[in-house]
Write a protein that binds this ligand. Structure first.
Ligand SMILES: Cc1cc2nc3c(=O)[nH]c(=O)nc-3n(C[C@H](O)[C@H](O)[C@H](O)COP(=O)(O)O)c2cc1C
Length: 167
């Protein structure tokens, strides 16, 4: 397998996009869980605070090593203009083991540019493709074209010779 897709999703929106990508691209897929209770209003407050303080969390055991993949796709919800705490923790643990990366996120509406920059800093420094989808688009299921374009960018990285022939 050449591609690993890793994502975290607190309320299911990032998961929807992860599954849409998986339906168009052959890849292994891992959903990250952490040990913190992030449910309800208190979970929202805790998640915001941990993000602002730059804290990490305790992750479930992940048995896929990103080192074994040509490219790792990482998906996160935006939390306080930043990546979610579980994804930050994942990148601290595994970011330096990745060969190539691509990022996607879901969000209320803002924070993806700085988030992708920070995710790049914690991994290879240079994502090959990025995709940001609003929660409104997820709800209305209006993301197919954007997901398609994202997967095409990744295909170009995996199969550069095909792109050369196309000219
Ligand atoms: C703690 C917390 C902070 C958030 N901060 C932002 C934000 O700064 N900007 C934004 O556009 N959306 C923000 N959101 C909204 C989420 O990014 C959005 O609802 C996302 O689609 C949730 O993804 P999920 O269902 O995969 O957890 C925040 C949500 C949470 C829980």
């Amino acid at each position: 397998m050449r591609v690993l897709l890793v994502y975290y999703s607190r309320t299911g929106r990032t998961k929807d996009i992860a599954l849409a990508i998986k339906s168009k691209l052959e890849c292994d897929i891992v959903e990250i869980h952490d040990k913190a209770n992030r449910k309800g209003f208190m979970g929202y407050v805790k998640s915001s605070l941990q993000t602002i303080l730059g804290q990490q969390t305790e992750l479930n055991i992940i048995d896929h090593n990103p080192k074994d993949y040509e490219l790792v796709i990482i998906g996160t919800p935006i939390w306080v203009q930043n990546m979610s705490v579980p994804i930050r923790t994942y990148l601290y643990q595994f970011g330096n083991k990745m060969q190539e990366v691509a990022f996607f996120c879901t969000m209320g509406g803002s924070g993806f540019e700085t988030t992708f920059r920070k995710m790049a800093d914690l991994s290879t420094g240079n994502p090959k493709a990025t995709l940001a989808i609003t929660e409104e688009s997820v709800k209305k299921r209006k993301y197919d074209d954007d997901v398609e374009a994202f997967v095409k960018e990744i295909d170009k990285v995996l199969n550069p010779e095909i792109e050369e022939v196309k000219g």
